[in-house]
Design a protein around this ligand. Sequence first.
Ligand code: NAD
Length: 558
Amino acid sequence: MPKNKSSEHETALAVSKSGCDLINDPQLNKGTAFSLRERDDFGLHGLLPPKCASMETQVYRIMENYYRKSDPLEKFIFLTSLQDRNETLFYRILLDNLESMTPIIYTPTVGLACQQFGHIFRRSRGMYFSPEDRGKIRTLMDNWPQDDVDIIVVTDGSRILGLGDLGANGMGIPIGKLSLYIACGGIHPSRTLPVMIDVGTNNTDLLNDSLYLGINQTRLRGEAYYELMDEFMQAVNDRWPGILVQFEDFSNDHAFALLDRYRDNYLCFNDDIQGTGSVALAGLICALRETGGNLGDQKIVFFGAGTAAIGIANMVAAGIMEDSGISLDKARRCFWFLDSNGLVSTKRGDNLAEHKLPYARNEEWLPDLLAVVKKVKPTVLMGLSGQPQSFNEAVLSEMARHVERPIIFALSNPTSKAECNAEQAYAWTEGRAIFASGSPFDPVEYKGKVYIPGQGNNMYIFPGVGLGASLCGARKITDSMFYIAAKTLASRITREKLAQGNVFPELNRIRQITESIASAVIRLAYDQGLATEPKSDDILKFIQSKMYHPVYKEYIKA
Ligand code: NAD
């Protein structure tokens, strides 16, 4: 297994910086926690208040200030500035408060932060490439100070959550996702790189905003777009051979094509397609433990037929084939898709996008969700449309008339775009729904029972897949790795959680979940002949030995 990937178990760190350079380096800074000996050795006396503090005291101070802020965006800005000055403390606090802080550093608040990106911008993080950099991307990559980078999360800002084209403002997504990678997946912060491919934006509000930070032009299209992406993929793999590239929030006109273009030649995946598919399949497997029945017996209606919906359908189809031993064609007959033009049907008379073709029903077109629910009588309803309140009372009560335990996943993000909220899902199904969402909802009390809605968050999946693939030096990432990740996640959900209506585990167990997913992925990579690193005798122990823990190390002079 990789020799060069730093083990986190050394307690002392050789450091060559001193004085203000040391304090101003967020990866090395300990602030008031520098010991007296370190202050002597590294020329820090006079630059810090005299009292040496413990990390616990620093945490206490940060949390006191954090709780003073009531506005989520203010909390986001506060945490970002902590990340900018002391990464160890930031990740300590994030890891200890994952449940409450994930909605701040990721969805829903990150959506707001992206919309306001140019207005709340403090300090640059990550790298930006634009069409003006054509021919120079490899050279520009030398400007990044780290020679060992394992994971890049990249976006072009074209479909940020359910908020549409946010151009270069979308950089909040790679930054937020990588913070989750570090907290949940234990990747060292210095080995991650957020990237924005700024190809312009068609969002006129942004183009007219004097504080917008992206290039001021409409989106690059056609061959020129793919040439830029090709150059980027070649350059990153030249600068950091074997690096993992995670595609995030690309609009569906490019998302599928980019994945197909690179998945066999580079270590990469698309989280919206494959990660979402995996997490939703895990939720569905768990929901079926409550409702009874097999995957292949379900009638699943997808509201939305884009990147995420197709990704879920692909993964569920793989599950149905494994469960029932039926063909892919037959497995796909369990699905009905709706897009903005109603039922996706071969009889609709428009030109269906390529990604919808395998799922087009060979039956009469129906105009809307209610008509489809009436006809199909689904057991599962998945919302991936970005259309708020589309699971209205008429739709959900109609569904509940035909099925004892309706499975309702309203997965659109952020919260404002969810197809329905948790309270509505329980109320309109008389408390019989098994509900999950993309952004978190608070527990709901309905007729004396407390329901805890699950959040189908991709962070249950991508850190484990990414960590596993990276540690064993996988040549590529396969769908079967996401499939095994779904099954591993599903096996982690307790009866107790299920009884409360939650089909996903507690976030405070995320590191153990990530370790077991990484372990399953590594085993599979060896079985599939895709791993390039020598195999460790104890894979789990090996993974644990490589994970980053946000604790201060003692500094000694380099
Ligand atoms: P997308 O743009 O690729 O797809 C959106 C789909 O919704 C398209 O098929 C579009 O035709 C359809 N749609 C739009 N208006 C509609 C209408 N009025 N009626 C029916 N369908 C309509 O986007 P995506 O990547 O598939 O993401 C969709 C949503 O899913 C986003 O809100 C995203 O945040 C969310 N998502 C959630 C998770 C998660 O919960 N883990 C993961 C990924 C994406």
